[in-house]
Design a protein around this ligand. Structure first.
Ligand SMILES: [Fe+2]
Length: 370
């Protein structure tokens, strides 16, 4: 058999217009979908009724109908799974090069992430740094259910999603000397011109500055206390009443993981957001209250328990809560990755131009005045 041949695509004088921000319609290829709370409840019951699997993981993945395989995501880069553990059960340890956020939607238990052990309850969130050995146990009396969000969909597309079940070693090679008997040497990266262009030696390329990545825990009771104070901003406030579950490891890239952020939002009854759009795509999990979203002109109703692809990248959207109970929601959005890639076009006001957040000055709210 002959080797695969590359495809040559002649783009001479090809129009740039279909990709212009004002014409792009990515939501047509990847429309919003809702996994209703009833479906999630049914899956929890189905998983709970199965005989205990060998690796302990009772798990289902929610895949967007437009997702490729490999690349099985709910948004193009983010994979979402639902895990169930019965009281007394625990999972076999696993290690992945994906980074994750876990969100407990029922019961509670214990998670071991690297050398950290944390006790979690309903609506707690925590992150899994990459390549740390992780396992979970249901140490409570209730059934435990967790949503896990990871960048595995993106890694699948890149054909490098690495998973090791029950790894026997900690995977960390001896730090002082390498296998070839060499020793570390600090060589200078030096600038070669007036504009900052520099040259970096190979020795730095294979040993970049190493910053430890830690598992962090955001307990719902503490987050909720802080969120509920934002209700006092009143109905004139034009921003979102939320906190980003910030991992300082992600620096100026606004992440819970290097790939995406998780925010927890309170939406008092009767709040209607202003339509806006951003290149980052969003998945919402509503766990209290009810409301609707308008995405590219189409209305979608949602309520507590629903998981929704609420904002395909660059789709014009806004969300609204119905009068009455406040809405609480978890949002996962691949903003940090897009800030890092300098691709995060954001249009906060549709009558004004979009900006590349992280490289250009961002937007403001009326918080000072309310
Ligand atoms: Fe948005």
């Amino acid at each position: 058999m002959s080797d695969p041949q590359p495809v040559l695509v002649d783009l001479t004088d090809a129009p740039a217009a279909p990709c212009a921000p004002q014409q792009a319609k990515p939501a047509r290829d990847w429309p919003p979908v809702i996994i209703h709370g009833e479906t999630i409840d049914r899956e929890i019951e189905r998983l709970a009724d199965l005989p205990r699997p060998a690796n302990g993981r009772r798990r289902v993945m929610f895949v967007h109908p437009a997702a490729p395989d490999p690349g099985r995501g709910l948004t193009p880069g983010v994979q979402v799974t639902l895990d169930v553990l019965l009281p007394g059960e625990e999972t076999v340890p696993v290690r992945r090069n994906a980074t994750e956020v876990n969100f407990c939607i029922r019961g509670g238990g214990t998670a071991w992430v690297g050398d950290r052990r944390l006790e979690f309850g309903r609506y707690d969130a925590w992150n899994h740094p990459s390549w740390q050995i992780c396992r979970q146990a249901n140490t409570g009396r209730e059934l435990q259910a967790r949503l896990t969000y990871s960048n595995a969909a993106l890694l699948e597309m890149m054909r490098v999603n690495m998973v090791e079940e029950d790894p026997r070693d900690d995977g960390v090679a001896e730090a002082s000397e390498d296998a070839g008997g060499g020793s570390r040497v600090a060589l200078e990266t030096f600038t070669i011109g007036e504009d900052g262009a520099a040259l970096m030696p190979y020795e730095t390329l294979i040993s970049p500055p190493c910053v430890p990545s830690a598992a962090l825990h955001w307990p719902w009771t503490t987050v909720k206390e802080n969120l509920d104070r934002l209700e006092a901003l009143g109905s004139d406030y034009v921003g979102r009443r939320l906190y980003l579950l910030f991992n300082p490891r992600t620096d100026r890239f606004n992440g819970t993981t290097p790939n995406f952020f998780a925010t927890l939002t309170i939406r008092p009854g009767g709040i209607v957001d202003k339509p806006h759009r951003h290149v980052s795509s969003a998945i919402n999990y509503y766990f209290h209250g009810a409301g609707y979203s308008r995405v590219e002109g189409k209305r979608y109703e949602w309520k507590a328990g629903d998981l929704m692809v609420s904002a395909p990248g660059w789709a014009v959207h806004n969300h609204a809560s119905y009068e009455g109970d406040p809405v609480y929601e978890l949002t996962i959005q691949d903003q940090p990755l897009n800030i890092y890639m300098e691709s995060l076009l954001w249009q906060e006001d549709l009558s004004l131009p979009a900006r590349i957040l992280g490289s250009q000055e961002g937007f403001a709210t009326n918080r000072r005045g309310v």
